[in-house]
Design a protein around this ligand. Sequence first.
Ligand SMILES: Nc1ncnc2c1ncn2[C@@H]1O[C@H](COP(=O)(O)OP(=O)(O)O)[C@@H](O)[C@H]1O
Ligand SMILES: [Mg+2]
Length: 446
Amino acid sequence: MGLSDIIIVFFLAVLCFAAGVLCFYIPFQNLKKQILHLISKDNISSSTSLDEVDLSVPLNNYIQQIKNQIKDQSDRLVFLQKKIDQVAAVLKEVVIILDEEGRLLFHNSQAREIFYLDEHQPTHYTEPVWNGQTPNSVPPLEEAYKNHRTQTKSVYLNEMIRSPDVMDLFQQCLKKKTRVTKDCVFRKKNQYLKSNFQVTALPFFYEKQKTVVLLFYDQTNIKESQQAHIDFVSNVSHELKTPLTAIRGYVEMLIQDLSQKKFDKFEGFLQILLRNCKRMGELIDDLLTLSSLASQVHLEKKRLNTKDITSHVIEQIKPRGRKLHFFFSAPYVMANPRWVELVLHNLVDNACRHTSENSNVHIRWEKMRDRVILKVKDSGEGIPEPYLHRVFERFFRMDPARSREKGGTGVGLALVKQSMEKHGGCVRAVSPKGGGTEFICEFPNA
Ligand SMILES: Nc1ncnc2c1ncn2[C@@H]1O[C@H](COP(=O)(O)OP(=O)(O)O)[C@@H](O)[C@H]1O
Ligand SMILES: [Mg+2]
């Protein structure tokens, strides 16, 4: 290669370098100009020599400004989230939010009462946060969510609750993209009996995010009280209809006998009529007592002498040959005279009616710390274990025909229970296998 060739190559190399410098330098200068314009329109005039400007100061200020704005926004979000938590915590409903895969994103504190949730499960699903990575190592948002999901422990709807109905509702809401409501029956956490919930699913779709809000309203108590009301009306009707049917039948027979001038059975028929009229009267009295007790908000209590009230009640009961035994280690009880007499009357009357002649009935008033205990024990047929709770239900009878025969209305023990609860106390029945029943009433003596 000759000298002229070397000069040409050198010249071309210089030209290329100059072109390269121009290519990079000019856009950089333009960028610098734009940044200056953006950052500090007022301070830097377009005629300012770029070489004289130290870019690091306004850029730092600008970055600081952006940082402050981000902090401000994130503080606002935290505040908003706390507000949502507070509102959600006072709702009667259980609220949960799920993503489209059924993954739990949010729940209020009430959710822990019905769902199988880890104690440490945070109420909010934590969003993936920027952890100081350099900008080119920050993955796109979708990817960040995906990574986050695989790294953190997720809880899914089907793990929290075993209810095909709720799963179905959730799927329907996602598919139809509208609000759906359904009555669902399922077991709450650690509960044996199923509860009745009204569940509403609301879709909340935002850009690519699909979420569903589920609201659970526990209507078990409402359903139970509706059912109790229906049962009560039908029981009362039945209880009144039974003596009424008997009265009607015997009156018809009386009329027939009268027309045939047959008077030999008259007295017997009239006795039956009287007995059934009495039964109806007793039932109505018990029902009125029940409603009067239910309507009392606050019982007026007095310091009562246990011996006095016991002897007063015994005077009204016919022990029918049963031997009554008394024991008084608690001389006084704080109670309402009318309602404590009702308790004692019903328990002693039952004890006498469910034991045979000459058997023993024990009535004990005992003091135990801050409580006064009344115990009524008999040596009768006893109550089988499954019925020990049920005997306190209105109109419950183990043997309806026999109990009616013995003269009860089926409301007595329901009255005892209600009265004890109004006193702030309680009652329970125990019946050992060998026979006999003991009713134990606890009065708070404060
Ligand atoms: N001391 C008792 N021994 C055995 N069974 C009893 C006793 N007391 C109550 N029961 C059972 O509980 C049921 C409900 O009692 P109660 O409410 O007083 O109604 P009633 O006496 O009018 O039948 C009775 O029908 C009877 O079957
Ligand atoms: Mg009774």
